[in-house]
Write a protein that binds this ligand. Structure first.
Ligand code: NDP
Length: 451
């Protein structure tokens, strides 16, 4: 990057920080994109004149609201509700809802910002958004979760719609929560539309949507591995998380011949030297999705495995690492350890799980590394496919949806290679994903005028 471009990046970021004080995750996500696209913007001065990047970094609309509800003891609880409608240049706002105590404006703005580029990469007509609440579903009864979801949707429903904004799940929002929110939306609006995705199969959901993010991440990694003549066959894989993305990443990696060694949750990780095969993955699905237990219970069922409380899985030697839990869960030291132990491919299933210093380590070591906005785009892509099915009131087979998902992940990989290949042939997937995602949104914004 030349000095002019560096100055542009720094003055851009100084403005972002001054105008969005304290929002450190948002600053982190914006900086990563700005560093990638700044040279492109310098080459096309009209983008600078039209302040396209400044506009992309400002949400079109931020909705914040009170979510009051009554718990099982009859006590009134109050949570914060949010929806960030970030960018609608390519289509209706699209992006998940996160229910987690850590949720705040900064985290949702970073996720909404990332979503804009991710959705652009999918090639489907979707803008970017994100929302959620600081509500913690852990330890709540089904009735409490239902009452919270109903109260949350009572306000959110006036801001969303099948042609306006189509939310989906994310951390803490799975089939149960989408069901309760869809029920309340339908009741209040008196319409049965595809306004939420991740719906149940009997009422508008798409086959393969639950699998899509984890499977898609593996399809993306397959493409990366192929550039080095490798595949999942016979490789060891460390996965973090044990929720939706982690479960299906483990399932697909195993089906492709890899041995998955670890899974985790926010209390610690389990290491199973025998590999977490399909029957063990079925156990984890039951444990996390039905019993709603903790990952440490795995070692009671499979005594050969070991539980490491308050640790993350990156100290276990592996060929491939797939962070699938949350943001900033791989730091510089852990990145160095991964590389030192022979890991040569890091594929993000979560959003922004690797800190900037960790990404620098991967780039320096020239290992394969894909950012979430490219490798976890299979989830939202399949949400887009669910929207198409809802619009034409048809249902496609699992094979049809999987084939579309596979094609989209291959196309995203090709776009990253096109825009991210450096002079020495190394593919910088961060640069590739950011530039490819940016170009389409930027051009659409130029076409649509100053709005
Ligand atoms: P789930 O709620 O199903 O699972 C989240 C997993 O991550 C759980 O194991 C959870 O553990 C763990 N986790 C959550 N927060 C933390 C934390 N602060 N520290 C350590 N572990 C944590 O969510 P998903 O699997 O849907 O989402 C995982 C990631 O993937 C997120 O970054 C999400 O944004 C991203 N993503 C999800 C998509 C989807 O389709 N679902 C699509 C694209 C990206 P615990 O049980 O202890 O909370």
């Amino acid at each position: 990057m030349d000095q002019n471009t560096k100055n542009y990046v720094e003055s851009f970021m100084a403005n972002i920080i001054a105008n969005n004080p304290g929002e450190k995750e948002f600053h982190q996500a914006v900086r990563e994109v700005v560093e990638s696209v700044a040279p492109y913007i310098e080459a096309y001065p009209y983008l600078k004149e039209l302040k396209v990047l400044e506009r992309i970094a400002e949400p079109e609309r931020v909705i914040m609201f009170r979510v009051p509800w009554v718990d099982d003891k009859g006590e009134i609880q109050i949570n914060k509700g949010y929806r960030i409608q970030m960018n609608s240049a390519l289509g209706p706002y699209k992006g998940g809802l996160r229910f987690h105590p850590s949720v705040n404006l900064s985290i949702l703005k970073f996720l909404a910002f990332e979503q804009v580029f991710k959705n652009s990469l999918t090639t489907l007509p979707m803008g970017g958004g994100k929302g959620g609440s600081n509500f913690n579903p852990k330890g709540k009864s089904d009735n409490e979760v239902m009452r919270f979801c109903q109260s949350f949707m009572t306000e959110l429903q006036r801001h969303i719609g099948q042609d306006t904004d189509v939310p989906a799940g994310d951390i803490g929002v799975g089939g149960r929560e989408i069901g309760y929110m869809f029920g309340q939306y339908k009741r209040l609006r008196d319409e049965f539309t595809g306004t939420l995705t991740g719906k149940g199969l009997a009422w508008g959901g798409s086959l393969m949507r639950p699998e899509a993010t984890g499977y898609g991440a593996c399809y993306f990694a397959q493409e990366m591995l192929a550039t080095r003549g490798k595949s999942y066959e016979g490789q060891t894989v460390c996965i973090s998380g044990s929720g939706n993305v982690a479960q299906y990443a483990a399932e697909k990696a195993t089906a492709l011949g890899a041995k998955v060694l670890t899974l985790s949750d926010s209390n610690g990780f389990i290491y199973d030297p025998d590999g977490i095969d399909q029957s063990k993955i079925e156990y984890v699905k039951r444990l996390k999705n039905v019993i709603r237990g903790r990952i440490k219970e795995y070692v009671k069922e499979y005594p050969n495995a070991k539980y490491f409380p308050d640790e993350r899985p990156w100290s276990i030697p592996c060929d491939i690492a797939m962070p699938c839990a949350t943001q900033n869960e791989v730091n510089e030291e852990e990145a160095r350890l991964l590389v030192k132990n022979g890991c040569y491919c890091v594929t993000e299933g979560a959003n922004m799980p690797c800190e900037p210093a960790a990404i620098a380590v991967f780039h320096e070591a020239k290992i394969l590394y894909s950012p979430g906005k490219a490798s976890n785009a299979g989830g939202v892509a399949t949400s887009g496919i669910e929207m198409s099915q809802n619009s034409i009131r048809q249902k496609w087979t699992a094979e049809e949806v999987d084939a579309q998902l596979h094609r989209i992940m291959k196309d995203i990989h090709a776009a990253c290679v096109k825009y991210g290949t450096e002079e020495d042939g190394y593919v910088n997937y961060v640069k590739g994903a950011n530039i490819a995602g940016f170009i389409k949104v930027a051009n659409a914004m130029v076409d649509q005028g100053v709005v």
